[in-house]
Design a protein around this ligand. Structure first.
Ligand SMILES: [Mg+2]
Length: 182
């Protein structure tokens, strides 16, 4: 029997290499690169920096972002998987469609009322106990979501930005290593 019934992923910076695409609209709207950080609910971050979220979403290019090497193969090898993301639903859904990815559940920022995402609603939808779910993400906020819900967590340290923070715990350097944890 495998250790987990489902793997839940963050999307940006975890399954897809989206950092550059996420930054571009902020730069176009006048932000300084050094003021842009990752992993926040998009509505909250836009409000905090005085950017109209609809304008941001209209400038975000949903056609360019690619999966990290090994991510598509990982997805193919999983029986059950889902997405829990702070991304805007229009951006995230368009990317899942373009990539031909069909997670069992995909919750985006609208599912959390624009506030920070939580894993509990995802687990409720799929009917899996927290102890039987693994969450994979690239930011400390992701790790906190896993702790709050009682899920095990693995770092997507194939993202160089994440690796540079020297995360502690289960640190993976290739998406395919998720399969070794199951
Ligand atoms: Mg992320």
């Amino acid at each position: 029997m495998s250790r987990y019934d489902i793997v839940i992923f963050d999307l940006d910076g975890t399954l897809i290499d989206s950092d550059d695409a996420l930054v571009r609209p902020f730069l176009a709207l006048g932000m300084a690169e050094g003021d842009i950080t990752f992993g926040h609910p998009i509505e909250e971050f836009c409000a905090a920096v005085g950017i109209d979220v609809d304008e941001y979403v209209s400038l975000y290019d949903t056609d360019v972002v690619q999966p990290y090497p090994g991510a598509a193969g990982l997805i193919d090898g999983l029986d059950r998987w889902g997405i829990c993301s702070n991304k805007h639903p229009l951006s995230g859904t368009a990317e899942l469609t373009r990539l031909g990815w069909n997670p069992e559940v995909a919750l985006f920022s609208d599912a959390f009322g624009g506030a920070a995402k939580r894993l509990e609603p995802v687990l409720d939808i799929v009917g899996v106990d927290a102890q039987r779910a693994l969450f994979v993400g690239d930011t400390p906020h992701d790790a906190e979501c896993a702790v709050a819900a009682g899920c095990d967590f693995a770092w997507a340290a194939w993202n160089p930005r994440t690796a540079a923070t020297a995360p502690m715990g289960t640190v993976l350097t290739d998406p395919r290593q998720v399969l070794d944890l199951l």
